[in-house]
Design a protein around this ligand. Sequence first.
Ligand code: SF4
Length: 174
Amino acid sequence: MGKIRPIQKYSYYQKTAHGGFIATKLNYAIGWGRKFSIFHYPFITACCGMEYMSAACAHWDFDRFGVGMTTFSPRQSDLLFVVGTISHKEAPVLKTVYDQMVEPNWVIACGACAVSGGIYDNYAVVQGIDRIIPVDVYIPGCPPRPETILNALLKLQDKIQKQKQDLRWNIVKE
Ligand code: SF4
């Protein structure tokens, strides 16, 4: 008859609780939490939306990076994903959505149209959404490939990690 092994006295977590400790900076820890829990609001108006959908779906799957939570309430979003052409008629709507978002928040301009108006150099189209709202990451291309969108998300996560974290959680913009 084999020897009966004693039940292990401490689980990993108990050992950590009794004997270990974690040292980090609060700024780093908050940045780490924020960059892996992004809720994004897709503001999609045109053909670049197909590339966004491709990047979000199973093959490219940007949920792997902790940015896949899509919500259509700006009050629950901290990333505004502006995808496609923005006309002057749509501009006030975009601004209203941005103003309703929680703090801190970030904006990605996806595709040449959102970045600069793209091929639509005319009176009807906004020549870049940074004329209306601040932009954190620009994605070039007409349309951009899904890899470019993934790369932009990684760059945004890097920016969130490195920035000085605002410790206020206010939901009303001043
Ligand atoms: S950048 Fe090109 S693909 Fe994207 S919305 Fe504009 S015209 Fe369409």
